[in-house]
Write a protein that binds this ligand. Structure first.
Ligand SMILES: [Mn+2]
Length: 270
């Protein structure tokens, strides 16, 4: 990737990535590594589904060099002064047992509060528990808030049992999602559930992942940010040193970098 290496690394205050699904054959680990080698940041948030343990349990251990290189890159950062916060998702749910610990310099948390450079506070969480809530929201509306908690717990225990029998993660919500096929409505409901949660937490916004749909949108008083994924869209959320938040689609950024490098090279030749 010499074209990018010609340039200085892109520097950000914080970077948020999620849904990298390492260990799953569909993970774009080469592309992710290219991204990681091109950026620097003070804080790196890993917002869940980083390692796809469910997939590996189902199909056997599959760990190509490129997937390993991504983990090495992240651990090197942690060793060299980058604050790395890892918030496990549903595909790497087993890591939730380590919440509160710091392993190899990586802080494992169930959720985090990020303070932006401009003072805004963001709730950072993977978001899978709201997937269940969203799909059952009509039912919940009838039965009230206790049903929310019950559904989250039910989904959790159903999957603990499935895990014991070596079955893949199964989401009640995803099942219903497939049946309704009303994806846009599903995304809107998911957003709404997370915005509600952020409001309850008394923060200015939130960062989540899980549904593989990158987006930044202001919903009344709450900023909703979804950092996307590295299976299809290859997107992440970045914060500048001034506290400005934006989504990066790595294929687009790479193309811009390459064009700039080419232009600089042709100026040198001329
Ligand atoms: Mn997920």
């Amino acid at each position: 990737m010499t074209d990018v290496q010609l340039l200085k690394p892109l520097r950000y205050r914080s970077i948020f990535i999620s849904d990298t699904h390492l260990g799953f054959r569909g993970a774009r680990a080469d592309f992710l590594l290219d991204f990681l080698e091109s950026v620097e940041c003070e804080t790196l948030y890993l917002v869940g589904d980083i390692i796809d343990i469910w997939e590996m349990r189902r199909r056997g251990l599959r760990w190509p060099d490129s997937h390993n290189a991504v983990i090495q890159n992240i651990l090197n950062r942690a060793r060299n002064g980058t604050r790395v916060v890892y918030i496990p998702g549903n595909h790497d749910e087993m890591m939730r047992d380590y919440a509160g610990m710091s392993i190899e310099g990586v802080d494992i948390r169930l959720r985090a509060i990020h303070a932006c450079a401009d003072g805004r506070r963001l709730l950072v969480l993977h978001g899978d528990e709201f997937d269940t809530v969203v799909q059952c929201s009509r039912l919940v509306a009838m039965l009230g808030n206790r049903m929310y908690a019950w559904l989250i717990r039910a989904n959790h225990w159903i999957n603990r049992v499935r895990q014991a029998f070596n079955r893949p993660y199964w989401s009640l919500a995803a099942h219903l999602k497939q049946r309704t096929k009303n994806v846009m409505q599903y995304i809107a409901n998911y957003e709404e559930a997370l915005v509600h949660e952020a409001r309850q937490a008394g923060v200015d916004g939130l960062v989540c992942g899980h549904i593989h749909h990158a987006e930044i949108t202001q919903r009344d008083d709450i900023l909703y940010c979804n950092d996307g994924d590295w299976v299809e869209s290859c997107t992440c959320l970045v914060e500048s040193h001034q506290g400005h938040l934006e989504l990066l689609r790595w294929s687009d950024v790479r193309e811009t970098l390459k064009t700039t490098a080419d232009a600089a090279a042709s100026r040198r030749v001329a």
